[in-house]
Write a protein that binds this ligand. Structure first.
Ligand code: ADP
Length: 419
């Protein structure tokens, strides 16, 4: 096209015998036509989003056609994205849970109706306002600022006197956040009813049980033909007592969802004390402590004592009188672990995932002889949960088991020599 125009003007110049003037006029005319065409393209790009591009031929036309095609695709994609966003917003809008979308500065981009009901936020009036200036509960502000949203947060509902909300936050896009909150007032109330019920039943049962145990003890001292029966009644009363103790402890662990306090625990010393108890019960068992570190544990002394005691007593209980028990305490790349191993009866693989359920027993027949409440491992699980730790169970039937407590780095005080 450009070539044709240049040639035409050259011929025109030659025919007029003023080549230079002809070429200059041609170049000027061509420039003007380019500017006019560019202006039309600009107008088209700026305003006529649906219109066809200005008609043009040659390479210029090809470029415009390609531009038109690309623009149509991008318009279509933008429309689809907008539809998707509208669809998502409509879905979020109808949720019972509050949804608040925040930009990277923590300002509200969008919130749904439930956010108005649960937090008193008004959209669009509160759009672009910082969420931290609208929800002032100190626990929320701390949670919001810390940026560690792995666990949800429970707070008192700002819009109600007795309400409870569970808030979770997730990051998305470029430092944007989505705040999600649900009303858990009823769930918490039912949990409280259940917890109170167990606590009350345990308390009410304990008094008559103490009286019965007292009489049984006195009667056992006398010389009676009922001696054997009395002995059995007494041991069953003891079992009931242990059951009430474990049930009360489990109830307490489940109802305190906050993180455990930070006592500094000398793990090795704790194991020595627990092994002393085992030696009294089963003096023939071979006990070994392999403390590969002097690291200390941060946590609740009473709770961890109870968890380790359950694991060690189980190891002893499910192992023959001349069997072996070993406790290993060591550091690893992600924290520290305490493993309780035994050379006992072992557990079939299909039972392992269910062992921490309340009253679940791998061998229901055996527990009559071993005693036990069926709540030991449930207590271990809850204690570990409260310490951000996990329980790993490995076992080979007939050969023995290993129960390993895996503690995260934040719960460990490494001695300088181990660093
Ligand atoms: P229990 O009071 O019955 O011991 P736990 O909750 O402590 O209740 O344990 C649940 C079940 O897990 C036990 O009944 C037993 O079948 C199995 N178990 C726990 N520890 C061991 C172990 N060291 N060896 C074999 N089986 C075990």
């Amino acid at each position: 096209m450009l070539l044709c125009t240049a040639l035409a003007w050259l011929l025109f110049g030659v025919s007029w015998q003023t080549t230079f003037a002809g070429t200059s006029i041609g170049a000027l005319a061509y420039s003007i036509s380019c500017i006019v065409r560019l202006r039309r393209v600009y107008q088209w790009l700026k305003h006529d989003t649906d219109a066809e591009p200005p008609s043009s031929v040659g390479e210029y036309g090809d470029v415009l056609d390609e531009l038109h095609r690309m623009r149509s695709i991008s318009i279509r994609q933008a429309e689809q994205a907008e539809l998707r966003i509208m669809h998502l917003q409509n879905s979020f809008a109808s949720l019972e849970e509050a949804v608040i979308l925040l930009n990277s500065a923590g300002e509200i981009d969008w919130s749904n109706k439930a956010a108005e009901r649960l937090f008193g936020l008004r959209f669009p009036d509160d759009q672009s306002r910082a969420l931290a200036t609208l929800i002032r509960a100190p626990e929320f502000l701390q949670y919001f600022d810390e940026g560690d949203y792995e666990r949800p947060l429970s707070i008192a509902a700002p819009m109600s006197e007795i309400g409870q909300l569970e808030v979770s936050i997730t990051w998305f896009g470029a430092n944007n956040r989505m705040v999600f909150a649900r009303d858990v007032t009823e769930v918490r109330r039912l949990e409280q009813v259940r917890t109170d019920f167990i606590a009350n039943v345990s308390h009410e049962l304990r008094t008559p049980l103490t009286v019965i145990s007292g009489y049984l003890e006195t009667m056992q001292d006398s010389d009676s033909e009922w001696q054997a029966a009395l002995q059995q009644m007494s041991s069953q009363a003891d079992r009931m007592e242990s059951l009430l103790t474990d049930l009360t402890q489990l109830n307490k662990l489940e109802s305190h969802i906050e993180r455990s306090q930070h006592d500094v625990i000398d793990v090795k010393a704790m194991i020595v004390t627990l092994f002393d108890g085992v030696s009294v019960q089963k003096p023939e068992q071979k006990l070994e402590i392999k403390a590969k570190t002097n690291a200390q544990l941060l946590g609740n002394h009473e709770e961890l004592y109870s968890a380790f005691s359950n694991l060690i007593n189980n190891a002893s209980k499910y192992t023959a009188d001349n069997g072996k028990l070993r406790v290993t305490w060591k550091l690893d790349a992600t924290g520290a672990s305490l493993a309780v191993s035994d050379s006992g009866v072992g557990i079939e693989a299909q039972h392992i995932p269910r062992l921490t359920e309340r009253f679940y027993r791998a061998d229901p027949g055996r527990h009559r002889s071993t005693g036990g409440t069926g709540l030991g491992l449930a207590i271990v699980k809850h204690v570990l949960l409260r310490h951000q730790a996990a329980l790993k169970i490995e076992s080979t039937p007939g050969q023995g088991s290993t129960f390993t407590c895996l503690f995260p780095e934040e719960r460990i005080i490494r001695p300088p020599s181990d660093n």
